[in-house]
Ligand binder design. Structure first.
Ligand code: ZN
Length: 99
């Protein structure tokens, strides 16, 4: 079983962030965020990070109730609020709900 962690997005320049329709305040543009994928184990990774690691934001990105498509995690030297969110599409727009 392949349990490697793939970083599908790390630092983004403002230009790239615009192209991928990232949030204007994206921590990807500050080098503080990464999107992670572990094939078939994204929910386990989400739970692990939420329980054992320090983070600013942890986002369950789309997917289903049992498995996100990927996990967004950020870390900030100026403080970590340990905020957990779930990204969902509502009428084609991304909404974040508290998880
Ligand atoms: Zn992200």
């Amino acid at each position: 079983m392949d349990c490697s962690i793939r970083v599908s997005s790390g630092y983004r320049s403002p230009e790239l962030n615009k192209l991928v329709k990232g949030s204007k305040s994206s921590q990807h543009c500050l080098g503080q965020a990464a999107d992670l994928v572990v094939h078939g184990r994204n929910s386990d990774m989400f739970m692990f990070i939420s329980q054992y690691l320090t983070f600013d934001q942890l986002i369950w990105e789309f997917g289903t109730d049992s498995e996100p498509d990927w996990v967004h995690v950020s870390y900030s030297d100026s403080g970590n609020k340990r905020q957990m969110l779930r990204a969902v599409k509502v009428n084609g727009k991304t909404k974040y709900i508290i998880k």
